[in-house]
Write a protein that binds this ligand. Sequence first.
Ligand SMILES: [Mn+2]
Length: 420
Amino acid sequence: MRIVHAADIHLDTPFRRHDAALRQRLQQAGRDAFSALVDLTLEERADALLIAGDLFDNDWLTIATERVLTSELARLADAGVTVVYATGNHDPGRTNYRAAHIDWPCDNFHLHSSRTPRRIPIHRDGERIGWVVAAGHQTTHESTNLASTYPPAPGPQPAVGVLHADVGGAQGAAADEAGNVYAPAALSDLDPSYDYWALGHIHKRLRLREDSPAWYPGNLQGRDFGEAGAKGALVVDLNPPEPPRVRFRPLAPVRWERLSVTDLSEARAIGDVHMAVRAAFDDLRESDEHVLPGQDWILRVELSGPCPLTAVLRSDEERDGLAEYLGESLGALDVEVRDAGLSPPINLSRHVGQRHVLGEALALIEQAGRDDTLLSRLAPSELARGDEQAAEGERLQYLRGLLDGLDAAAAERLLRRDSA
Ligand SMILES: [Mn+2]
C-alpha cells in the first residue's frame, strides 16, 4: 500500500501582517500547494491521500479555495484514490464551519470529525489492501488523549492510524503557553500494531523517534519565518513486516528562509552588502536538495558582526531601502533586513592598556576573564543572589560568559563619536 501523508495545510490563513498583494500571493500559494499535493498523489499512484487535520485555518473559507478543493478532490475521486481527512483543532466538528457545506466528493472521500476512531478499508482494483483508522477533533480544545482510544490494527493487511495530536515523548505532551492541550499523547499511546502513524499538529517535519513509524509531515506551505525551510508531504510505502519506506517531497511554491550574513567587515558600499547576501542565498540554494524550480522566496536577512556601514544599517529606513534593493536584485517575493548585532569595526588591540577610559576598561575586562577573584568582586550582588545553589565553578563560568563581547560593546560606546 502506498499513501501520501499531509497535514496542517491551513488554507485561507489571513496573513494580516502583510499588504494585499503579498497576502493574496500567500493565500494562492496555499491553494497551489494543495494542487501540487494532488498531482503528487496521482503521479505516485498512491492508494490513499491522508490529511491529518488543520486543512483549514479557521471558519472563513474563500470562494477561490472552495473551488480549488472541489475540483482537485474530484481529480482524486475520478482516479479512484481514497481520501481520508481527519479534523484538527483548527477545523474541528461538523457544525459552525463552512467546511460542513462544501460539496465534497461522494466517492472514496472520508471526512472524519468525531472523536470515535473509525476504520476505513483501502481498496485497489476492487480488493482490500489495507486499513486506515481515523479520529478527528470535535472541538477547538480537544483535551482527550485520542491516540489511546484507537483499537488494535484490524489486520491482516497494513494499517495506518491518522490523527491530529500533540504526541510528546515518553512523558506525553505539555500544555502550550496559554495552558491549552491538543489531544495530548505519549509515544507509548500509539498502538504498535499499526504499521504507520500519520500525525498532524506539529508544523515541523519530524519522526517521533528513530525507531518509531510515527511521523509529522510538517505543514504543506510555510506561513512565516517560524515555518522556514522546505515544506511538503510524505510518500509512504507499506510492505510489512518491512519497516515503512518514507520519502519527503517538497511541494510549497513559496519558501520562507532566514539568511545570516556575518562577514561584512570589508563592506564599505551597499553593493558589497548585496554581494555578501547574494553569496549566502546562492549557498543555501546550492546546498539544499529540496529547492524547487521556479519557487518564490521570502527572505529575512540578518546582518551581524563588524561592518563599516553599521551606522547606516541601524536606521530602519535605510534597512527598508536595502530590503527593497535586495528584493529586486535577488528576485525574491519579499525581503526584510534585520540588524542582528552589527557593530562598527574597532581595532581593540589599539586601545588596550592605553591611558584613557577605554584603555583601562579593556584592560579590566581582559583581567577579569583570567582572574576569578576579580571577576567575583566585579559581579553585582544581584547577579549572585539569584542562584545560591549553583556551584562556585558554575557561577564563575556564568559570569565569564557575561564578559563575551563586553570589550567590543565598551569600545563602541566610548568611541561612538568617532564611528557614527
Ligand atoms: Mn496546524
